[in-house]
Design a protein around this ligand. Structure first.
Ligand code: MGP
Length: 199
């Protein structure tokens, strides 16, 4: 739950600003652009840190001033991760983790945008029972589809992953099957990696 900051000390004649509401922890938005990616030698070299926020007001400030994910160019990824965690398999906190994914065909942009917002609000509001297991979320815009992924920390912890997968579906009111792929399987088998869990 967000806590209001202590009232700031005012200079004479200064108008008090309402206190900001602190989140449990800081979060970072990242952006990656696939068109640049195809030209790059190393995956991730077009990944950019956009903004770190730790209050409710700063979250809405950035959210209301960036375009909706569905408006991003094909090939773009937009990420919201706990501050200090990079949205990469190589990050030490992500390395033994994996991701739950939901994929839409194009034309469901309103759903993608709503699901992205609800997912981010659930993360930053610490709504997940296993909130320590959450690394962050990614929305990916591709030519024919749009994808949402929720990255978690410990792929081997089946109970935690199943709890997160089911809770994610509940909060989005999403009823189709979703799958969890461990990053180590994605690294080994690339696009043919099998789901470790289904919810
Ligand atoms: P992906 O996770 O299958 O992305 O990665 P997506 O968006 O489902 O697929 P896309 O083709 O539509 O972009 C695609 C490829 O990017 C992988 O096979 C890797 O080669 C590379 N890649 C993706 N991620 C998340 C990473 C990462 O974290 N680290 C490294 N080194 N490569 C990655």
């Amino acid at each position: 739950m967000a806590k209001a900051d202590e009232a700031e000390e005012l200079e004479e004649g200064e108008i008090p600003r309402p206190p900001k509401h602190r989140l449990e922890r800081a979060w970072t938005f990242w952006y990656d652009n696939y068109s640049a990616k195809s030209k790059q030698k190393t995956w991730g070299s077009s990944l950019r840190l956009v903004y770190t926020f730790s209050t409710v007001e700063d979250f809405w400030g950035i959210y209301n001033n960036v375009i909706q994910p569905s408006q991003l160019a094909n090939g773009a990824d937009f990420h919201c991760f706990k501050a200090g965690i990079e949205p990469k398999w190589e990050d030490p906190i992500c390395a033994r983790g994996g991701k739950w994914s939901i994929t839409f065909s194009k034309g469901k942009s309103a759903t993608t945008d709503t699901f992205w917002l609800y997912t981010v609000l659930a993360m930053i509001g610490e709504q997940f029972n296993e909130s320590d297991e959450i690394c962050g979320a990614v929305v990916s815009i591709r030519t024919r589809l749009e994808k949402l992924a929720l990255w978690t920390k410990t792929a081997s912890n089946e109970a935690a992953q199943m709890s997160i997968g089911k809770q994610w579906k509940d909060l989005l009111d999403y009823h189709d099957k979703i799958g969890f792929i461990a990053h180590e399987d994605a690294i080994r088998d690339d696009k043919s990696a099998k789901n470790k869990y289904n919810a």
